[in-house]
Design a protein around this ligand. Structure first.
Ligand SMILES: [Zn+2]
Length: 145
């Protein structure tokens, strides 16, 4: 059993064109095999018995435990804290931590990312304030010729 890739109508093997929409079935069959991208999305999984079932995983598939926000928040929080991505990394960590705290299945990572992000931003803002005040002092003590 086959289905029209254009409209999803059941197709009799001998047909050259779809009786419903007039789609050219012969050329479609030739094109269909090598590229998965051409498989039309209008057809629902339960209507198509022949295609690779792994293609339909995204539709109903949900990971058992989803802590993506918290994981990324923690990574960026640490990158921010250790100065790999100062301030910006911390901001991303705080933002994703706040999202993950509500959305993630396990909010521990998100909370850690949020806290590390806040620590990182405080540390780096303190560092920059110290740096700028030091530069400012250096200039103000500089003798003017
Ligand atoms: Zn059709």
């Amino acid at each position: 059993m086959n289905f029209c890739p254009e409209c999803g109508t059941k197709i009799v093997a001998s047909w050259n064109v779809c009786s419903n929409c007039g789609h050219n079935l012969k050329s479609e069959i030739v094109n269909q095999q090598p590229t998965k991208a051409q498989i039309p999305q209008k057809i629902y999984p339960q209507q198509k018995p022949q295609y690779d079932p792994s293609q339909y995983q995204p539709y109903g598939y949900r990971p058992r435990s989803n802590n993506t926000n918290g994981t990324v928040a923690l990574i960026f929080g640490l990158l921010g804290l250790f100065g790999v991505i100062p301030v910006v990394g911390s901001i991303i960590g705080i933002a994703l931590g706040a999202i993950g705290k509500n959305k993630d299945d396990d909010p521990k990572m998100a909370k850690a990312g949020l806290i590390i992000g806040i620590i990182g931003i405080v540390v780096w803002i303190a560092f920059y304030l110290w740096l700028f005040s030091w530069i400012f002092m250096m200039f103000s003590y500089m003798p003017i010729d």
